[in-house]
Design a protein around this ligand. Structure first.
Ligand code: FES
Ligand code: FES
Length: 185
C-alpha cells in the first residue's frame, strides 16, 4: 500500500488491520502523533487529511481509528509536517509563546485540531475554539492557555503577560537554608 504523508509518498507492506496511527509511528517513524487511548476518545493521534490533489491541509481525523489502507487516497499532515519553509506554523509559535503545554503529550493533536479550525474559520469565537478542541483531552493544563494560544494564533489577542514571581528568600533561621549552607561552600 501507499501513504502520502507530509508531502512524501511512502510504499509500505502492512497487515490489513494496521491503523494509520500505527503505520505513522511504527512504519514511518513519525512519533509526533501520540498513541493515547487508541480508541477514539482522547485526540492525541489527530492528524490532518484531505483527498489527494485537493487544496489546503484538510480536516482533523483520528488516526487510531482509521485503517492505514483507508488512508491511501488521502494526503496526511502530521505534526512533523506542520511547520513550513518559513518556520513554525503560527499555531506552534502561539502555543510556545503562551506556554500552552506541560507534559506535551496532547500538544500535537491540539495544534493540528487548532490548525484545522483556523484554516476553516480564521477568526473563531471562544465557544467555537472550545468546540473545535472538544475532542482533544489534556490532563495537565486546564485548557485556559490552550484556548489563549489559539486566539493568539488567530491574531485575536496577545499572549497574556504576567509579572515575574519573585523567588522566595529563605530566612536565615530556615532549617533547609542551613542545610544548603552547610553542603554548598
Ligand atoms: S489515541 Fe486517543 S483518540 Fe486516538
Ligand atoms: S500538556 Fe500534558 S496532556 Fe496536555
Amino acid at each position: 500500500m501507499r501513504l502520502f504523508v507530509n508531502g512524501e509518498e511512502h510504499a509500505l507492506a502492512v497487515p490489513a488491520q494496521r491503523t494509520l496511527l500505527e503505520a505513522l509511528r511504527y512504519d514511518l517513524g513519525l512519533t509526533g502523533s501520540k498513541q493515547g487511548c487508541d480508541k477514539g476518545d482522547c485526540g492525541a493521534c489527530t492528524v490532518l487529511a484531505h483527498e489527494r490533489g485537493g487544496k489546503g491541509r484538510g480536516e482533523a481525523i483520528l488516526s487510531c481509528i482509521t485503517l492505514a489502507q483507508d488512508a491511501q487516497d488521502l494526503e496526511i499532515t502530521t505534526i512533523e509536517g506542520l511547520a513550513g519553509p518559513q518556520g513554525l506554523d503560527p499555531v506552534q509559535r502561539a502555543f510556545a509563546d503562551c506556554g500552552a503545554l506541560q507534559c506535551g503529550f496532547c500538544q500535537p493533536g491540539m495544534m493540528l485540531s487548532a490548525r484545522a479550525l483556523l484554516d476553516k474559520n480564521p477568526r473563531p469565537t471562544l465557544p467555537q475554539i472550545q468546540e473545535a478542541l472538544s475532542g482533544n483531552l489534556c490532563r495537565c493544563t486546564g485548557y485556559t492557555k490552550i484556548y489563549e494560544a489559539v486566539q493568539v494564533a488567530a491574531g485575536l489577542r496577545e499572549p497574556a503577560r504576567r509579572a515575574p514571581v519573585p523567588s522566595e528568600r529563605a530566612a536565615p533561621s530556615d532549617s533547609k537554608a542551613q542545610v544548603v549552607k552547610e553542603i554548598v561552600p
